[in-house]
Design a protein. Sequence first.
Length: 132
Amino acid sequence: LLTSHCGKRTMQSLTNQQKEPQEQTPKNIATLVTISWIFFLMITVVTVIYYFMAQPELPLFYTLANKQDQLTAKIFLFLFPIISLTINAIHSLVLKKMHKYSILLLTLFAGTTLVLQALISYSLLRIISVTL
């Protein structure tokens, strides 16, 4: 009976030691997701502020052949926050559903979300810098 009780304590301490690294890693994932949402807020604020200062037509599509096709109405600036919100919302839901998967996979997924937000931010800032 005594060894059984000691064995349970040993198993509990091993289980607690195994859980400690897993409890620390989701904080990293939460940090990446929080930074992604901060990028979304920044994109939204910059878009709203710039919308009132922008020209009526902006060059959003640089890869089109005709210069006239590259220009669009400034209302299309709001595509950036809409795309950012969509990516963040879908990725946040997926991360909540995938909480049982590998920590590495979750970290890579959250990191990908952050990189996408940074690319959207860069694209918006590039359009602003070209048109100022």
